[in-house]
Structure formats: structure tokens, C-alpha cells
Design a binder for this molecule. Structure first.
Ligand SMILES: NC(=O)c1ccc[n+]([C@@H]2O[C@H](COP(=O)([O-])OP(=O)(O)OC[C@H]3O[C@@H](n4cnc5c(N)ncnc54)[C@H](OP(=O)(O)O)[C@@H]3O)[C@@H](O)[C@H]2O)c1
Length: 259
């Protein structure tokens, strides 16, 4: 299937590794140019160079912290200089580990800025570009934890739930401008981050640890691959998904315990 993305520009935050890198590579595989962002200069620049070389598309890197207004503005400016965004994937984020009793206001604020305000600032700033290109799509990468919490990360659960509602609300406004907004809620996706956590917790038994996590949480009894999620994301952002507006899609191997 030709997804109709050739020559479009996809802006993917957190595109230097894990899911964001997989999504950026999947866009490039479809012939889209990509602009990826992260805080670590070497990693994001190397990832962009590799994407460009592997797929023969234009691939740029932005080094910025999107938990700040200035960091978001740097992404918006770079996208404009790159010819203007057609697609925006709000992906950068990270898990947390705390109790409500012990977490500081500062920690709550950081995750609010990273998971919610980055999406607010970047969608607001990139909407003009996408509209000027004749319309396109935005995709928020929230989490299954937006609707089904994990007990050890209340701040993650709460800020991802806020992102999910922001996305729904934004979709109503943006569709009037020809921009489709949707959300993806992944379950367990096997990223280097998960593998490192498993190594820290279980040492040499880390593979068995990951299997235990999958057995406990996902009906399918395995983690999803980055590619399984990335292909889904790219389809949702493509013109082939033209009637999908304001929806949340779980990609979770049966982890969600409700309809
Ligand atoms: N893996 C899963 O099972 C899973 C499940 C559900 C949802 N998700 C969501 O999927 C997204 C990606 O997760 P992942 O597992 O792929 O994570 P990851 O491998 O840790 O990658 C996170 C990416 O975001 C960037 N990033 C983090 N903080 C940033 C900041 N303040 N400003 C700019 N970039 C930042 C990182 O680069 P730098 O550190 O260099 O900035 C990196 O490129 C997250 O939003 C996560 O909540 C993941």
C-alpha cells in the first residue's frame, strides 16, 4: 500500500532511540523526510544521519529539551526552516517511580511540562505550518497508563491521562483546519530502555524478567516490537487513515482489561 507520505515532513520528538526512532525510520521508509529531536546531541545527530543514509530522505536533528518553552520553539523554528511540517508525532516522554506521599511539586511540574505542555506548545506552533501545507496529522504517544494505571508511577499515569484528554480536545479544534489528531496508547514495547531496566533489576536473568512482565500484563504473553507500533503510527498519520479523527488506539497485546 502506498501511504502517500513521499516528500512530506514528519516531526518526531524523542526520535533518537526507542519508539521515536522506530517511528522516524518507518516514516523515512515511506519516503517521508524527518526531523527528529532529543536532548543528547551525539545520539540525535547520529540517528538522523543514519536515517538519511539508509532511506535517501532528508533527515534533520534538533537538540533541545522540549520540557521548556524555548526547547519547543527551537523545534518549531527548525521545522519551518526545513520546509514546514506535514505531520507531528509527540513522542518524547519517560516513566516515573514514586509515591504521591513522597513526590515533590518539582517532579510533578517536570512531567507536566514534558508530557503535556510540550504537546500543547508544539501542536500550537506546528499547526500553522501543517495548515499552510494543506493539512496533515498529529499523533500523541500517550500510554496504556493513561487509562489503566501502574501502581508505581502515579505522576506518569496522571500526566499521560492529561495528554490523552488534551489530544481529544485538540482534535475537535484542529480538524476545522484540516489536521487530524489521534492518540496511540502503547502497552509493553521492547525498547533499549526496558532492556536496561531489566538488566538493572535482574542482572543476567534480564530476559526472563522481561518475559515475566509480559506474562503478567499482556494477554499475548510478549512485548511488542518497536516496528509493530511504528508501522501503526505511520499509518494513522498517513492520508490512508483520513477518517480517523480524535480517537485513541491501544497497541497493547491485550493488556487493557476492559473494552
Ligand atoms: N516503551 C514502552 O513500553 C512504552 C509504553 C507506553 C508508552 N511509551 C511512551 O513512548 C514514548 C517513548 O518511549 P521509549 O520507551 O521509546 O523511551 P526512550 O527509549 O527512553 O526514548 C525517549 C526519547 O525521548 C527523548 N527525550 C526524553 N526526555 C526529553 C526531553 N525532555 N526533551 C527532548 N527529548 C527528550 C530521549 O532522548 P534524550 O534523553 O537524549 O533527550 C529519547 O529520544 C514515551 O512518551 C513513553 O512514555 C512507551
Amino acid at each position: 500500500m502506498d501511504l502517500g507520505l513521499t516528500g512530506k515532513l514528519a516531526v518526531v520528538t524523542g526520535g533518537s532511540k526507542g519508539i521515536g526512532l522506530g517511528v522516524a525510520r518507518a516514516f523515512a521508509r515511506e519516503g517521508a523526510n524527518v526531523l527528529i529531536t532529543a536532548r543528547t546531541k551525539e545520539a540525535v545527530e547520529a540517528a538522523a544521519a543514519e536515517i538519511g543514509a539508509d532511506f535517501g530522505v532528508k533527515a534533520g536533528a534538533v537538540v533541545s529539551d522540549i520540557a521548556s518553552a524555548d526547547g519547543c520553539q527551537a523545534v518549531i523554528d527548525a521545522a519551518r526552516a526545513f520546509g514546514g511540517a506535514d505531520v507531528f508525532v509527540s513522542n518524547a516522554g519517560t516513566g516515573s517511580n514514586e509515591t504521591v506521599a513522597e513526590a515533590t511539586d518539582g517532579k510533578w511540574q517536570y512531567y507536566w511540562d514534558l508530557h503535556v505542555m510540550a504537546a500543547v506548545r508544539l501542536s500550537r506552533g506546528l499547526a500553522d505550518q501543517i495548515e499552510a501545507k494543506g493539512g496533515g496529522a498529529m499523533l500523541m504517544n500517550a500510554s496504556i497508563c493513561a487509562v489503566q494505571p501502574l501502581w508505581y508511577e502515579p505522576i506518569y499515569n496522571t500526566t499521560k491521562a492529561a495528554l490523552l484528554m488534551f489530544s481529544k480536545t485538540l482534535s475537535t479544534e484542529m480538524i476545522k483546519r484540516g489536521i487530524r489528531v489521534n492518540t496511540v496508547n502503547p502497552g509493553l514495547i521492547r525498547t533499549p530502555d526496558w532492556e536496561n531496566t531489566a538488566r538493572d533489576l535482574a542482572g543476567q536473568e534480564w530476559e526472563a524478567y522481561l518475559q515475566e512482565v509480559a506474562d503478567e500484563h499482556a494477554d499475548i504473553k510478549r512485548f511488542g516490537t518497536v516496528d509493530e507500533l511504528a508501522d501503526f503510527c505511520v499509518f494513522l498519520c498517513s492520508p490512508k487513515a483520513s477518517y480517523s479523527v480524535g480517537s485513541a488506539y491501544h497497541v497493547d497485546g491485550g493488556m487493557l482489561k476492559t473494552t
